[in-house]
Design a protein around this ligand. Structure first.
Ligand code: PLP
Length: 334
């Protein structure tokens, strides 16, 4: 087993809380894992992932972190905030991943926070070219090296070792130490590091329930393949030979439409339901789509009445204000 250094950003367990009003409304015993509270500056799942990227960066005595993501990326913002905490500078590359967005999308939410955190921002013209985005980031890292800096690149593409998934392996163990009695755990499935890490941690901890990954970026066919790859890459990274069985992979993409970073009716409904029933916010890009999975799977029978369900809130709340135009319009429509 290989040891991977961890820079501590989430020192304590995040709470698991009951969602009483929604439980009554939906007819299941519903709980929430508050990973929206994990880490600094609006927190979220990327804090757990960054513990291992920054752990590696610090072990290599890096002074500059380079990271790429969507314009409203939470990963990029959390990296800038977490790097600041360790005295590192951050260069972020923002990809044009979401079509037709207005000035608020380009300047508010996470973009404003990046600026306030002192991160340098650059742009990449294509939002679907992971290898190209990584190559542009590596070229910039080379420039930094020539200037005498020690850069550390947090890569995006699937072929890279999924260091961030180690953070969700820990989260899986953490959940089991808090409450091992859930029948279903529902979590976001984007890059897949969160989903694959959590699934691995739970399966290795003898969790017998289902872990459902809800698609936020790609359809179920593509995402199932991606998760299979991330699961295998994670075991390779850990020096483990045993494979997580494919029958443990469950993917749902019913709330993905109209596409990555765009709010559909299912997501909008989820935001309102969570806000009005529990006084908690969901974000439009990820957690609203993930929460929308639960009533849909209750409806189709995949989640049984009265069973125990855990919704993993992965954060993302900083982007709410960048999506103000769409959110206000949708609120008026219903
Ligand atoms: C990035 C992100 C996700 C998806 O996590 P992956 O590890 O990329 O699959 C889910 N929720 C929020 C709020 C995120 O920022």
């Amino acid at each position: 087993m290989t040891e991977h250094p961890r820079a501590i950003l989430v020192p304590d367990q995040t709470p698991i809380e009951p969602l009483s009003q929604l439980s009554e409304q939906l007819g299941v015993d519903l709980w929430i894992k508050r990973d929206d509270l994990a880490g600094t500056t609006f927190g979220g799942n990327k804090s757990r992932q960054l513990e291992y990227y920054l752990g590696a960066a610090r072990a290599r005595q890096a002074d500059t972190i380079l990271i790429t993501g969507a314009v409203q990326s939470n990963f990029v913002r959390t990296a800038a905030a977490s790097a600041a905490k360790f005295g590192l500078r951050t260069i972020v590359q923002l990809e044009a991943r979401v079509p037709d967005q207005d000035a608020l999308y380009q300047t508010s939410g996470n973009v404003l926070l990046n600026q306030m955190l002192g991160a340098e921002m650059m742009h990449y013209h294509d939002g679907e070219d992971e290898a190209g985005a990584d190559a542009a980031l590596r070229a910039r890292a080379e420039e930094e090296r020539r200037k005498g800096h020690t850069p550390y690149v947090i890569p995006l593409a699937l072929g890279n070792p999924p260091l961030g998934a180690l953070g969700y392996l820990r989260a899986g163990q953490e959940i089991l130490s808090q409450d091992s009695g859930f029948d279903t755990v529902v979590v976001a499935s984007g890059s897949g590091l969160t989903h694959a890490g959590l699934l691995t941690g739970l399966v290795e901890g003898d969790f017998s329930g289902r872990v459902v990954g809800s698609c936020v970026r790609r359809d179920a066919t593509l995402q199932t393949k991606r998760i299979r790859t991330v699961l295998n890459n994670l075991q390779t990274l850990r020096g483990k030979a045993d494979e997580i069985p494919s029958e443990r992979i469950h993917i749902w993409d019913g709330a993905l439409a109209p596409g990555y970073g765009q709010i559909g009716p299912a997501a909008m409904n989820a935001i309102r339901q969570m806000a009005e029933c529990e006084g908690l916010m969901l974000d439009p890009v990820y957690t609203a789509k993930v929460f929308a999975t639960i009533p849909a799977l209750i409806e189709n029978g995949e989640i049984e009445k009265d069973s125990r369900v855990l919704f993993v809130h992965t954060g993302g709340l900083a982007s709410l204000f960048a999506y103000q135009t769409d959110l206000s319009r949708l609120l008026l429509e219903n």
